[in-house]
Design a protein around this ligand. Structure first.
Ligand code: MG
Length: 374
């Protein structure tokens, strides 16, 4: 079996899919998913799909859907078509040489893996030697106007089966909402995510949060405040988790060196693709850190890729990947991603991701298309 495929064409679709409701975190609000879908076709006419999914408005990272679109059309797609016979297992090395954001890289690598898997009639997880298992799913809840609304939301998601609840915090919305949720749900696996909204001067806030038996505190400080995170971690019992800080293998090395965190949230999109994500998981686990798979969130295609990765036994906390209906009225995959009553997601059997892309829906939400052929 050859370990490479010949890519003949690439189509980029810019899509805007409305969220069920706007999502508010410490640094902005988003109302729709603005993403880029990448469709590859091999010489034999076999398709593969990928997704580049930075947050719009550049409030999570510097990358935006516009910058990913430019990087894909000007650099990554030409680089892929120039390779000829492409081996998906080593293509990340080609991507490392390219000036492009991680989201664009993750999108094109995902499409390549999917096309390769489809051409071999194997599933993505099989290609990576990952054994199938049901994936525990947790829910992430944005910032609300009132504690009452927050509690109502926690209650709803817990009743839907989610295995842990993550609430977003920011200065002025931290100890009080956490205390309120903890009082009503004493045994709930609960964590918070600050999206980098605090500094080391807020140590007193984290000391208070330390009393609530949280599973972890995600990204309390700025992405590059690695030494300060080490200092903060030394004062707390609750493990800190890196998200924005865990952008690359070199950032991971710094986190390990400064004992900045005990947990890593690995997002396939943010780290530049499945290969980089797996490498980071292996390095983190070897250093004694625990890992889990996060989400931005993405549409179904990128979520499906991440779900295959999340089945790896190296990921030992519930994923942030949720049911499609948590985010979208109308995601672009068939079947939709669902959680069962016990809070598990099961990935369908079949080649590639096991999900099918719904072209009618993609058409409905497409705002721009660009085709490239050899
Ligand atoms: Mg986060």
């Amino acid at each position: 079996m050859s370990d490479s495929i010949a890519v003949r064409s690439v189509v980029l679709y810019r899509v805007r899919v409305p969220f069920v409701e706007p999502f508010r975190i410490s640094n902005g609000v988003v109302a729709e998913k603005d993403a880029i879908l990448i469709e590859l076709a091999t010489e034999e006419g076999i398709a593969g799909w990928g997704e580049a999914s930075p947050m719009s408005g550049s409030f999570y990272s510097d990358a935006t859907p516009d910058s990913s679109w430019t990087a894909l059309r000007e650099r990554l797609v030409p680089a892929l078509l120039a390779v000829g016979q492409v081996n998906p297992a080593t293509f990340f090395e080609v991507l490392r040489e390219q000036r492009a954001d991680q989201f664009a890289k993750a999108g094109i690598e995902g499409a390549l893996w999917d096309a390769y898997a489809n051409s071999r009639q194997r599933s993505l997880c099989e290609l990576f030697g990952i054994k199938r298992r049901p994936i525990p799913s947790g829910v992430a809840i944005g910032i609300f106007e009132t504690i009452g609304e927050l509690i109502g939301r926690v209650r709803r998601y817990v009743s839907e089966g989610y295995q842990r609840v993550k609430i977003k915090i920011q200065p002025g919305w931290d100890v009080e909402p956490v205390a309120a949720v903890r009082a009503r749900f004493p045994d709930l696996p609960l964590m918070v995510d600050a999206n980098a909204a605090y500094t080391i001067d807020d140590l007193h806030v984290f000391r208070e949060l330390d009393r609530f038996g949280l599973m972890m505190i995600e990204q309390p400080l700025a992405a590059d405040a690695i030494e300060e995170a080490g200092e903060l971690q030394a004062h707390l019992t609750t493990p800190l988790c890196a998200d924005e800080s865990a952008e690359s293998l070199s950032m991971l090395d710094q986190l390990i060196e400064h004992k900045a965190v005990r947990i890593i949230n690995i997002k396939v999109q943010r780290v530049g693709g499945l290969s980089e994500a797996l490498l980071m998981m292996q390095v983190a686990c070897a250093a004694g850190l625990r890992c889990w798979v996060g989400t931005m969130p993405e549409l179904g295609i990128a979520s499906a890729h991440a779900l295959h990765l999340a089945m790896h036994s190296g990921f030992s906390f519930p994923t942030d990947i949720e049911a499609s209906s948590r985010w979208y009225v109308d995601d672009i995959l068939e079947p939709a991603i669902t959680i069962d009553r016990s809070g598990f997601i099961r990935v369908p059997d079949g080649s590639g991701t096991g999900f099918k892309v719904d072209r009618k829906k993609i058409e409905r939400y497409t705002t721009a298309v660009e085709r490239f052929e050899l």
